[in-house]
Design a protein. Structure first.
Length: 155
């Protein structure tokens, strides 16, 4: 279902932070797409600040408010080619509100974007609940898998 060599990239735009376990995270995201039965060709994560993401939110979605994430499906076929924009400012604020650390919240938002591209929505209370369950599932898998061969698709 997925491309033989999906490409995942991380870009920093006017923000900086230490990004550990990049290679493992990229492979984990590929496994997430496989587990959800969604093909993946390429995915770019762009980490930015509030102002940059607000501009994107206004320009492409006509939303005039801050958000932590915006995702775009760019492919016209069944395999994902996507871009996910994440506001590091919002992630930091969310981490404070949720009383968790930055890494955990950043991973939650990264997985949230991937899940959107796998077809999950969060507009209704039921959709939001399902999205949160999926985020928690993948967070737990990420933190317990020391190696990718410990990542099990069953859930």
């Amino acid at each position: 279902m997925s491309s033989t060599n999906p490409k995942i990239q991380f870009h920093l735009h006017e923000v900086s932070f230490v990004f550990l376990q990049r290679k493992f995270l990229k492979q984990f995201i590929i496994q997430l797409f496989k587990a959800e039965g969604k093909g993946l060709t390429s995915l770019s994560y762009i980490f930015c600040n509030d102002e940059y993401l607000l501009k994107i939110n206004k320009q492409y979605l006509q939303h005039d408010y801050f958000t932590d994430i915006v995702s775009f499906e760019l492919s016209e076929d069944s395999r994902t080619e996507g871009e996910v924009y994440i506001s590091i400012d919002r992630v930091k604020e969310n981490a404070k509100q949720e009383k968790c650390n930055f890494k955990q919240e950043l991973l939650r938002v990264i997985f949230h974007g991937a899940l959107h591209l796998c077809g999950f929505r969060d507009k209704t209370p039921n959709e939001s609940q399902m999205m949160r369950r999926k985020e928690n599932f993948y967070l737990e898998k990420f933190f317990t898998a020391k190696q990718l061969d410990q990542f099990h698709v069953k859930h």
